[in-house]
Write a protein that binds this ligand. Sequence first.
Ligand SMILES: [Zn+2]
Length: 538
Amino acid sequence: MEPILLYDTTLRDGTQGENINFTANEKIKIAKRLDKLGIHYIEGGWPGSNPRDKHFFELAKKLKFKTARLTAFSSTRKPGINPNKDQNLTALLESNTKTVTIFGKSWDLHVKQVMNNSLKENLAMIRESVEYLKENGREVIYDAEHFFDGYIENRDYALQTLMTAVDGGADIIVLCDTNGGTLPFDIESIINDVNNTLHEKYSDKANNMPVKIGIHTHNDCGLAVANSIAAVRSGVVMVQGTINGYGERCGNADLTSIIPILSLKMDRPCISEKKLTKIRKISRFISETANMIPLNSRPFVGRSAFAHKGGIHVSAIMKVPRAYEHMDPEQVGNMRRVLVSDLSGKSNVEYKAKELGVELGANGYDSRKIVEEIKRMEQEGYQFDVADGSFKILMEKFTDQFNPLFELESFRVTIEKDKDQPCLAHATIKISVDEQKEITAAEGIGPVHALDNALRKALGKFFPNLDSMGLIDFKVRVMDGRGGTAAKVRVLIESRDQDRIWSTIGVSEDIIEASWQALADSFQYKLSKESSPSQPNN
Ligand SMILES: [Zn+2]
């Protein structure tokens, strides 16, 4: 079977998504990563549409890719002019890529009612634009915009636009479900018809075709991946999509699903097994660069994709992972996670203890008892499936293995508010480390920030490595609003250093107290991974 060509359009269609923007330099970095992953075509942007994309293609002239071909995107020429007079096509050629992609209209509704054009001129635009790019020595990918909608309303015309592109010399024609409204079985039957029609007209005696067919889908019905997979089953050999499915409205087909499905479920590998293990990392890299929160439930690559919470599930996967996992998470660079909560049983706690390196049963406090404790605490508002750091400390406490690296003697937080001035918070904290007392004071933007600063300053005298640690997220949730301003709150803190991210939790009627618990756990967790305290260097 012919190998599948992956065509990534994160840098062009992906940036049509709400809140997704990349600078030209970020685009270069992403393109390099996509090449490393083994993507065959990387669409860099539309050089005729904005200066940033033009700049990107200038920078990209120095890039040397291992596997990928860079493509520039544009539309067919404007009505009524020569292709060599068309500014978009000129900018396309000036971007100097060996491959170019142009889109044209397949739906008569668009030709007549949106563009006020004639059906005949639209065909001439397709043919002449493709011919012009071929004359200039380019590999030409022709994107048939709205192909499926066009086909359903006027099959003959939609097919005619495709044949016109083939006649013009297009190397690959890509059928686009631009509005994302087509269903998988329609995708299959329409592509079968396209295949038969083109074969009848163009294939030679050995049944070879002068053109390849591709698919480009959008996710408006939540079916972009399913539609792409259906298209592959009908014989297309190019799949277009974006990393994380970023794209206009509900997004494009998500390559982080399509690539593993093709490789692991359909035996149509398009990148090597080794590269497939990098796919989770690239998904994270692109969400970081786009400044989007990574979706935990994203198939294959999300943090929750292989997370188990129910006790029965966990005891089963400890025996046979296949019992509740459709594949080995490591194949896509992901990992199995076991969550601990009031839904858990003994197995979750045992699994988690092993993962976090805590020896259970040291003092007869067995995992069954720990589960009961956790259930009681979750009643009070704790939630340990999102707070690994606090869970580890809790298990150590239960089993007398907790080694407090510092102890709180007291703290005081004050807030000052002057008429027109912003609030200012001060914190004073007294801690002891190995019997040595330390008192420090610090200011902050709010009370928790001041407390964090004071604790950090105090601990910094004993533990020099704290600089590498920082808070990345601070969430407060009111547990039960009926208490009004006296209601219980839950504080979740996420912290990180060079190589880890961990979460801690605190619950109290007092927001400062809850924050303190989470903050103290976070530092405790970090310090327990470091060496023992040094002498204070005042
Ligand atoms: Zn699109």
